[in-house]
Design a protein around this ligand. Structure first.
Ligand code: DP6
Length: 432
C-alpha cells in the first residue's frame, strides 16, 4: 500500500431500492447460503420514496469493521454480514486514486477495515423489506469501493447471503430470483425480467399500519413453516412453478387482470402457509395484543374493500399483497384506478383530525391532487364508494393507518457521486 504514512479515507455512496414480492419467497433449502425452495418475482419500488442510502469507507486508520444503521452503531459480527464482507473482499481488485495518492492492491483488502453507514428513508423491519434494500446496498457499495469486476447478477448472489429478498433489489422493474440447483448456490441469482419503464402505468400505494418492528422474523417464521407445514411442499413444488410461468407472461404482456389474480392469490397462499405452521404465524392478524387485533382487522378490511371494488368493476383495478409485516401494498392498474383507490382508502381510513394531510399521504402526492383532495375537510367530504350497497352505513376507521406512501415501479441501484450525499465524514470516516 503506497503512501501509508499519509492519512486518507476513500469512500463510495450508493442508493438501492426496496422490492415487494408478487410471487413470494418463503422457505429455505440452505439456511447458511440462503437458498430458497421456490423461485420468486418482485417489483422494485421507486427509490425516490423507499430506498437505502449507504456510504462505505476504507482507511488504513480504521482498526475494525464498523457499521451505523440510521445513525446508531450496530454489530457486524452476525454471520450474514460476515458472509457478505468475506465474499466481496475475496473478489476485490486493485484500486488507484491518483489525485489522493492512494494505491490499494487486491491483497491489501484482506487487511483493510471498512466503515459502513446506512440510512433507510422508511421504517426499519416494519415489513417493508428494509433488509432487502439494506443488504443490496451494502454489497453494491462495497463492490464499487473494492473495484469488484462482477455484474449485478453475480453481486445478487452475494446480497442473497445477507437476506434472501435482497438479491432482487440489485435490479429495477420486475425481477425474478431463480432458486437454482447447485449446492454452493452459484446459480441462485436474481435476473431482471423487464425494466421499470416496461409497465410504467402501474401505481403502488402502501398503507403503513404500524412502524413497530415485526414480531416474528421472516427467518425464524419460514424455518418453522418448512419444518411443520404440510402445505408448503405442495406450494413450492406444484403451485409456484406454474404461477411463475404465468406471472412472467402477464408481466411481459402487461396483462393486469392475470397479474392481479396471481398477485392476490400468492399473497393469500403465503399467509395460508403461515397459518399452517406450528405454532401458527399470523402476520395479518396477530391476536396476542389488542393493538394487533385492530391491525389484522384493518388489513382484512383493505382486502374486503379491494375485492368488492374489483368485483363491481367486472375486471381487477387493484392487486393487493402483504409481506411478513402489517402493511398493505396495493398495485393499481393505472393512475385513474390509483386515484379511485386512494379515495376509497381515505374514506374508510381518515386521519385523526390533528394529522396534517401532507404527512398522511407521502411519496408521489400528485395522486392526492388528482383525487381532488387538498385538505382534511376534503377527506371528510368523500362520499361512500358506490359499490357499498349494504343497508348498514359504510364503516370508517379513523386514525388506524399510520400513513400512505404513493409510489411506482423504480430503478435499480445507483452510485451517488455528489459527496454532500455521503453519510460518513470524508476526513474521519465517522458518521456525519
Ligand atoms: C415474506 O428475505 O426477509 O417478504 O432470507 O431470512 O432474510 P431472509 O428472509 P427475507 O424474507 C422475505 C419474505 C417475504 C417474501 C418475499 O420477499 O419474497
Amino acid at each position: 500500500m503506497a503512501e501509508q504514512s499519509k492519512k486518507w479515507v476513500l469512500m463510495v455512496t450508493a442508493q438501492t431500492p426496496t422490492n415487494i414480492a408478487v410471487i413470494k419467497y418463503w422457505g429455505k433449502r440452505d439456511e447458511n447460503l440462503i437458498l430458497a425452495i421456490n423461485d420468486s418475482i418482485s417489483v422494485t419500488l421507486d427509490p425516490a420514496h423507499l430506498c437505502t442510502t449507504t456510504t462505505v469507507a476504507v482507511s488504513p486508520d480504521f482498526d475494525q469493521d464498523r457499521m451505523w444503521l440510521n445513525g446508531k452503531e450496530i454489530s457486524l459480527a452476525g454471520g450474514r454480514y460476515q458472509n457478505c464482507l468475506r465474499e466481496i473482499r475475496a473478489r476485490a481488485s486493485d484500486v488507484e486514486d491518483e489525485k489522493k495518492g492512494i494505491k490499494i492492491t487486491k491483497n491489501d483488502w484482506q487487511n483493510l477495515h471498512v466503515h459502513v453507514a446506512s440510512y433507510n428513508n422508511f421504517p426499519t423491519a416494519a415489513g417493508l423489506a428494509s433488509s432487502a434494500a439494506g443488504f443490496a446496498c451494502l454489497v453494491f457499495s462495497l463492490a464499487k469501493l473494492m473495484n469488484v469486476q462482477e455484474d449485478n447478477g453475480r453481486l445478487s448472489a452475494i446480497a442473497r447471503q445477507g437476506s434472501g429478498s435482497a438479491c432482487r433489489s440489485l435490479f429495477g422493474g420486475f425481477v425474478k430470483w431463480v432458486m437454482g440447483k447447485e449446492e454452493d448456490g452459484s446459480d441462485s441469482i436474481a435476473v431482471p425480467l423487464v425494466d421499470e419503464k416496461h409497465w410504467d402505468e402501474l401505481v403502488i400505494i402502501i398503507a403503513v399500519v404500524s412502524s413497530r418492528q415485526k414480531e416474528t422474523s421472516s427467518t425464524s417464521g419460514m424455518r418453522d413453516t418448512v419444518e411443520t407445514s404440510s402445505l408448503i411442499e405442495h406450494r413450492a413444488k406444484e403451485v409456484v412453478p406454474k404461477r411463475i410461468i404465468k406471472m412472467e407472461e402477464a408481466i411481459q404482456n402487461r396483462d393486469f387482470p392475470t397479474f392481479a389474480q396471481l398477485t392476490c392469490s400468492d399473497s393469500n397462499q403465503f399467509h395460508a402457509v403461515c397459518m399452517d405452521t406450528t405454532p401458527p404465524i399470523f402476520y395479518m392478524n396477530d391476536t396476542s395484543h389488542r393493538q394487533k387485533v385492530l391491525t389484522g382487522c384493518q388489513l382484512f378490511r383493505i382486502i374486503g374493500c379491494v375485492e368488492k371494488w374489483n368485483c363491481s368493476e367486472g375486471t381487477p383495478q387493484v392487486a393487493y399483497t402483504f409481506d411478513a409485516g402489517p402493511n398493505a401494498v396495493l398495485i393499481s392498474r393505472n393512475r385513474k384506478a390509483a386515484t379511485l383507490m386512494l379515495q376509497r382508502l381515505l374514506f374508510h381510513f381518515p386521519p385523526n383530525s390533528d394529522t396534517d394531510l401532507n404527512s398522511y399521504v407521502i411519496g408521489d402526492k400528485s395522486i392526492l391532487k388528482d383525487a381532488g383532495i387538498q385538505d382534511i375537510k376534503d377527506v371528510d367530504a368523500l362520499p361512500p364508494p358506490p359499490e357499498i350497497k349494504d343497508k348498514i352505513p359504510a364503516q370508517k376507521y379513523r386514525g388506524e393507518i399510520s400513513y400512505f406512501i404513493c409510489t411506482r415501479p423504480g430503478r435499480g441501484p445507483v452510485l451517488l457521486t455528489d459527496e454532500s450525499q455521503a453519510l460518513l465524514n470524508p476526513e474521519t470516516g465517522l458518521p456525519k
